[in-house]
Design a protein around this ligand. Structure first.
Ligand code: ZN
Length: 209
């Protein structure tokens, strides 16, 4: 496993321990999840290079439907192997708590991988839909958290200035909250429909466990 994903301090790890605390920033890291994530990231990047070289063209995300025809052009064997390696590594990594940025990139990679494999009958289309919805949910949560911070920071001004300046932000917050409710419901339903044996451990910003 590489340096700390939060502060980039060097980490010394023995395989015997389950958790390690970063000497730089104090973040607790799950060793097996971090190792799986590092391996996976490498496999995924390799797959992306292969996909570029093979000129794999996918329908744009907006036009993607989970029930896409399963007759998309076959993928190169090496590419399928790299995707499957990344896919199984991510399953392991996501079963433990990762740091927020890794969680989002892990889920995004899962969305990309299953989006490639599902139309070719190599992953379930429900799963592709699930990871995509989850990636959007986490992105919305990030934007909402940033917005709440901005709104809180502006609270020292007079109420009138505050009200005028914060109006578009409050409007945006309402939109995000309603999008979030919809996405959360969608993700829950998909998770139930898939029936994961070991569902991913997703830590949601702004939602107390
Ligand atoms: Zn650190």
């Amino acid at each position: 496993m590489g340096p700390c994903p939060v502060c980039e301090a060097d980490l010394v790890i023995s395989d015997q321990v389950e958790w390690v605390t970063c000497p730089g920033c104090g973040t607790k890291l799950h060793v097996r999840a971090q190792q799986a994530f590092a391996r996976t990231h490498a496999a995924y990047l390799e797959a992306e290079v292969l996909a570029d070289e093979g000129h794999v063209v996918e329908p744009r995300r907006a036009g993607y439907r989970a029930k896409a025809r399963p007759n998309a052009a076959p993928l190169d064997e090496d590419l399928v192997r790299a995707y499957q390696q990344a896919y199984s590594g991510l399953h392991v990594a996501l079963q433990h708590t990762l740091v927020a940025s890794q969680q989002l990139s892990g889920v995004t990679m899962m969305a990309e991988i299953t989006r490639r494999l599902a139309p070719r009958g190599m992953a379930s289309s429900l799963e592709a839909e699930y990871w995509t919805a989850l990636a959007i949910e986490l992105t919305v949560r990030d934007e909402l958290a940033t917005l709440e911070k901005t709104l809180a920071a502006g609270s020292k001004r007079t109420w009138l200035v505050r009200a005028v300046q914060a109006f578009p932000q409050r409007l945006r917050r309402r939109q995000l909250l309603s999008a979030l409710r919809r996405l959360r419901g969608q993700v829950n339903e998909l998770e139930k429909a898939i029936g994961f044996l070991e569902p991913p451990q997703i830590e949601r910003r702004g939602e107390e466990a």
